[in-house]
Design a protein around this ligand. Structure first.
Ligand code: AMP
Length: 502
């Protein structure tokens, strides 16, 4: 049986004239054109020497053709390896060395530098995205998709790894197919859907969650080259759904022209990749009349939990396990399942879970329990309705005076205070307590800036003394990565001396 994800996508095309992608200037790409262009690209890949199982690395700006490279790679039975355009040449060197792609597609302005790098690393072929497109247009459109086994690799996505080496998560056709089927059903996507797509396409969220879900439904995407608030506000009236990271929603809320009228017709807003504060969830509902559907997942596991489409969408919770996905909360050291309500590490098992880290069998073995559960490294608990609440990454846990402080709990309490927009809580070395709790907060526009003494006083009867921050710093903006995740490693470095003995 053929498990090539593209076979499934192709089988769902009911009308080749239906729109697949619509760009902000109105340029349209139909499903028929998607088939034709990805066929030309797949033929070109074969002619360039790419064989099934070979990696095709691409570092390019988001574009329709960059997305077609992904689909053509699936068709050729090769392995898609997208790289964040923000990676420096030194970082790209590591990925090329580690993944040994048969073909590397780079940006035209970096051609000389990347050709030299590729030659040094014996990468056999380099094309710029432009030269690739020009060459593809001379290839035939018809292409016989390469049959794949369920366990064959479809993609390798390097995890952003804030410490240590980046690891390549190996995702199989079965992983991607099962999650795409699950999400398209859970979130009720149909051919009538038009998804506003402003996410990057080098990350699981924009590449798999958004794109595969839309493709399996035969729907269309308003395909933006990046996150552009003006364009989003202009295009929302044409969309039926939007997927974003929490920052998209906080930024929309900061715009006075983001109104209920603009989105009254829409069916769904999804948030994920970073925690959506309960505060933002409530504010969005009050302002837009929509309850954002928050889901949780990671590169290695695809999507794990989701608030239900019909049932209650609970602010501050990521919802129950998706159908076909098993989730448990375990004792971090032993993997013993914990009673309901207790905080432990979130573990997951199912056909959505990746095959392992590329060429790192020991690292892979360390992250799985003997019964096949993957250890996510996220700490959380489950309530009586099996809804999961995330309290933070295990490595972000603060241990102050021997007591565990879960940053999310403190962040939630601080974000409820007047004048506070966002908050990140970290632990930094403390001469007395081992680690001291530090909060970094941002203020709300047009409101008096929060101040340290007021925040600390306000928390006195809200949090146990050991959880209260011993220092509060007010900043303009929190450092975030491309997916809107707060970079706590950066904050820990910045504030490491907060309790240094003078
Ligand atoms: P990535 O592999 O880049 O998608 O990052 C995955 C990590 O993002 C997870 O392990 C979580 O720590 C975090 N994450 C994803 N979705 C959520 C969410 N809804 N709430 C809180 N954290 C999330």
């Amino acid at each position: 049986m053929d498990f090539n994800l593209f076979g499934l996508i192709r089988g769902r095309i009911a009308d080749p004239n239906a729109d697949f992608l619509i760009e902000p200037d109105g340029t349209r790409l139909s499903y028929g054109e998607m088939l034709e262009r990805s066929g030309r690209l797949a033929n070109l890949f074969v002619r360039l020497g790419v064989r099934p199982g070979d990696r095709i690395a691409i570092q390019a700006e988001k574009s329709v053709w960059a997305l077609l490279v992904y689909l053509a790679t699936l068709r050729a039975g090769a392995v898609h390896l997208p790289l964040n355009p923000a990676y420096t040449p030194a970082e790209v060197r590591y990925f090329l060395q580690d993944a040994e792609p048969a073909l590397f597609i780079c940006r035209p302005e970096q051609e000389t530098e990347m050709r030299a790098l590729a030659a040094e690393l014996s990468v056999p072929r380099v094309e710029t995205i432009d030269s690739l497109v020009t060459a593809a247009l001379n290839e035939p459109a018809a292409f016989d998709d390469v049959p794949c086994a369920a366990d064959d690799l479809a993609a390798i996505l390097y995890t952003s790894g804030t410490t240590g080496r980046s690891k390549g998560a190996m995702l199989t056709h079965r992983n991607l197919t099962s999650n795409a089927e699950t999400l398209h059903e859970a979130w009720r996507f149909t051919a009538a859907d038009r998804l506003l797509h402003a996410l990057p396409v080098f990350h699981t969220h924009g590449l798999f969650v958004a794109t595969n879900t839309t493709l399996l439904a035969g729907g269309s995407m308003l395909f933006l080259p990046g996150f552009d608030l003006d364009a989003i506000l202009r295009l929302l009236p044409e969309a039926t759904a939007m997927m974003g990271v929490p920052t998209y929603y906080t930024r929309l809320l900061a715009r006075p022209d983001f109104t209920r009228e603009l989105v009254g017709h829409m069916r769904l807003f999804v948030s994920g990749s970073a925690p959506l504060s309960a505060e933002t969830h409530r504010e969005f509902e009050a302002r837009a009349g929509h309850r954002i559907l928050e889901r949780y997942g990671m590169t290695e596991t695809n999507m794990i939990t989701s608030n239900p489409y019909d049932g209650p969408r609970v602010p501050g919770s990521v919802g129950p396990a998706l159908p076909g996905v098993e989730v448990r909360i375990a004792e971090p050291a032993t993997g013993a399942p914990l009673p309901q309500g207790e905080v432990g590490v979130i573990e997951v098992r199912g056909s959505n879970v990746f095959k392992g880290y590329w060429r790192m069998p020991e690292k892979t073995a360390e992250e799985f329990r003997p019964e096949g559960f993957f250890i996510t490294g996220d700490m959380g608990c489950m309530d009586e309705s099996a809804y999961v609440r995330i309290v933070g990454r295990a490595k972000d846990l603060v241990i102050s005076g021997g007591l565990n402080v879960y940053p999310a709990e403190v962040e939630v309490a601080i974000e409820e205070l007047p004048g506070v927009a966002e908050c990140a809580v970290i632990g930094v070395p403390h001469p007395d307590f081992g680690e001291g709790v530090v909060a970094i907060v941002t203020g709300r526009p047009d409101e008096p800036a929060p101040d340290e003494a007021a925040v600390r006083t306000a928390l006195r009867d809200r949090l146990a003394a050991f959880k209260q921050p011993k220092r509060v710093f007010v900043v303009e903006e929190l450092p975030r990565n491309a997916m809107g995740k707060v970079q706590k490693n950066v904050l820990r470095e910045t504030y490491t001396g907060a309790f240094a003995e003078s």
